[in-house]
Design a binder for this molecule. Structure first.
Ligand code: URA
Length: 240
């Protein structure tokens, strides 16, 4: 696989595409030890060594992160209307062209994946892949004991929208807490499903996507790169 030199340097998050051109002009980029000035030179990142200011680049084709989205922050890359999840990340990560894998409502919290891999994003979100999203919910009134059966049968929402069969696990009789598991992501789906069984949601937290659980060591607003084992687990699921 051959990629442009400026893209390869930018993919390490060291600098924007514009800044990369400056680094090249200034002779600060070496390819196999030789200064290289042309941004459009195509090369195989596996076969050459590229160094910027003496630091060798490690090329990764795509980037994958998990973030604990706090309530009040938008799952968007930019928006005039308020802080976005990208603003919670570091300067290097903000340069990687990351976007959220699906959305969480502004008032919702929990696991949000971010990547620059559009194909991965599509497959995690697509109902066809069957990746189960798990949510912890708290409700205004106790969840009726008949609600899990209604979820399992496939709910019809107030506006006639039909939902796929889903799982609702109660914490116990009279509890205002439950776990919801869905393989689709319609607009406000968990809130609308809980409202349909008479238990409006007061707190909504995504705790897992497929095999990938929100790291309990992350506080709201914190993030980290996925480990190789986590990436493999998610890729295994979406390829299956
Ligand atoms: N369901 C919702 O209602 N909101 C979310 O953000 C995610 C799932």
């Amino acid at each position: 696989m051959q990629i442009r030199l400026d893209k390869l340097i930018a993919s390490a998050g060291l600098a924007s595409r514009g800044e990369v051109r400056l680094l090249l002009r200034q002779g600060r980029v070496l390819v196999d030890g030789v200064p290289e000035k042309s941004a459009d030179r195509k090369l195989d990142p596996e076969a050459v060594r590229v160094a910027v200011d003496g630091r060798e680049l490690v090329y990764v084709a795509h980037h994958y992160y998990m973030l604990y989205k706090p309530p009040g922050v938008l799952s968007a890359t930019e928006d005039g209307a308020g802080p976005t999840v990208l603003e919670l990340m570091g300067e290097t990560e903000r340069r990687l062209g990351l976007f959220p894998v699906g959305r969480l409502d502004k008032d919702a919290e929990g696991l949000l994946l971010l990547t620059d891999d559009g194909d991965f994003c599509h497959r995690v979100i697509s109902p066809k892949s069957g990746v189960e999203k798990t949510y912890y919910v708290e409700t205004a009134v106790p969840v009726p004991e008949a609600a899990p059966a209604a979820f399992a049968a496939g709910l019809t929402l107030a506006d006639g929208t039909r939902c796929r069969p889903a799982k609702l696990l109660l914490f116990g009789p009279g509890e205002r807490r439950a776990t919801v598991k869905l393989t689709e992501g319609k607009f406000h789906q968990v809130k609308r499903m809980m409202a349909a069984v008479g238990s409006p949601v007061t707190l909504l937290r995504r705790v897992a996507e497929g095999a990938l659980a929100l790291d309990p060591a992350l506080a709201p607003g914190e993030w980290r790169a996925l480990t190789e084992a986590e990436r493999e687990a998610v890729f295994g699921e979406i390829r299956a």
